[in-house]
Every structure is written in C-alpha cells, then in structure tokens.
Design a protein around this ligand. Sequence first.
Ligand code: F6R
Length: 265
Amino acid sequence: MEIIILRSAESVAAMAGELVAELLRVQPAAVLGLATGSTQLSLYRNLVEKYRDGGISFRGTTSFNLDEYLGVASENPQSYRTYMNREFFGCIDIDKRNTFLPCCGEDENPRLVGPRYEQKIREAGGIDLQLMGIGYNGHIGFNEPSSSLRSRTRVKTLTKQTLKDNSRLFAKNEFQPKLAITMGIATIMDARRILLLATGTNKAEAVRKTVEGPVSAMCPASVLQMHERVTVLLDEAAAAELSNRDYYDWTHLQNEALKDRFSDK
Ligand code: F6R
C-alpha cells in the first residue's frame, strides 16, 4: 500500500485529481470505478475544473459506480445516479451511455442485477482505476463489516450505523433506503489500481484498521492490504491514529521523484 498524508482535504482532492488526469493522459479510454459520498465531492469538482480548463477529457472513458440504493428510482433526487449526474457526469464530456450504476428497475429481480453488472464490467475490459471512500466502520462500497471478502456485486443490508451516518442527507420524514446493490469486495479487488480517499478525524480509526490492522471482514477495507496497487490519500486528521507515520512520509518523499505513476513503461 502506498500511504500519502497531505496537509488538508483540499490537497487530497488535488492530488487525486492529478492522478486521475495522469491516467487519462496515458489511457484516454480508461475504465473508471467511481464512488459517491461527501469525500468524493471535492475530487469531482477538481476534475470538472480540469475538464473546463481543457486539461482532460472523459470522452473515451467508461465508468462503473460502486453502489446504488435499492428501492429508489434513478430519477429520485436521493439516488446515486442523480448524485453522479449532478456532481460529475452532467459537468464533463463523458458519454452518459457509458456510465453505469448497479440500478434495479421497479420490475426487475434485484438478485439478477449483480451478475449482470459483473458481466458488463468484464465486457468493458475490467476497471483500470477504482476511486473510493471509506465508511466510519471500514466499509468500502456498501460492503459492511462481516461482508465476505470474496463477495461479488449483490444486495446488501446497510448497518444501523451507516443509516445513522447518512441520515444527515435525508429530510425528517423522507424514505431512507436500508438496502443497496454494491460491487462486492472481490469485484473491487479486481480493479487494476485503487485510489482510496479519506479525510477528517472521524475516519481515523477506520484508516488505522485498514492500513495497520489485521485483514478482517470486520473491517472490509483492510482487504486492500492484499491488493498490488493501492494508493491511500489521507489528510492529517484521517492519518492521526497511524503508528507507522514516519515511514509513510519518508516513502512519499522518496517516491515524489517518480513520475508517470500510471504508465507501465
Ligand atoms: C459511496 C460508497 C461509500 C462511501 C463511504 C464514505 O458510493 O461507496 O463507501 O465512500 O460511505 O462516504 P463519505 O465520503 O460520505 O464519508
């Protein structure tokens, strides 16, 4: 794992934006794995700015989101499809027909959505770069603690903790979904590269367990220790509980000289 600790949440978004831009320069038709949530917002703003400045184009890219609520129509303002259209797809030149979320239509069997989504990812050639955040409880996508480390895209029940964490985004009497369809942990692990972003004090414990704890289904993100190419971008607050901090900073200094991180040359 490459652990990079930066001064602020803005610097995390800026560096993540640089890494995505680097990838698109080398591979304009990259397949991107995307996430929603508050942490990703500044990254999307950064990428939209880069696109508007003419620095990057998403025309050739295809995207697959990690998850979508079940029981919420795509047009619903609370759906992740709406979030993605509003915050990202609607602001860049990506062909929306090449943007996918694991949505379940009203008349569809939710159990069939997962295998179909996996098939689509395979047909696209697999995910080149998966962007993601992390839950306070260590979830990635909506793979909650105790999720099988070999899971594939499927329906998951959200924990009470996740519902509480996300309740801030729902009005008092608004329907808040308790189920979601999420890429599985094995699906995420198939991505060629992974970029995990975490900011803020309330992520510090999950980050410590992910980076320095044992690999355990009780902290799903810890499985990333088994992936060959993961970069973890943290602000100071999210890194506060790491005990091996000196080494991460030292390694980052040495690696700064390395250019073209996404070129395999
Ligand atoms: C969302 C997702 C979740 C979030 C995580 C962090 O698509 O996959 O795993 O990344 O819950 O959310 P924020 O950034 O809102 O703290």
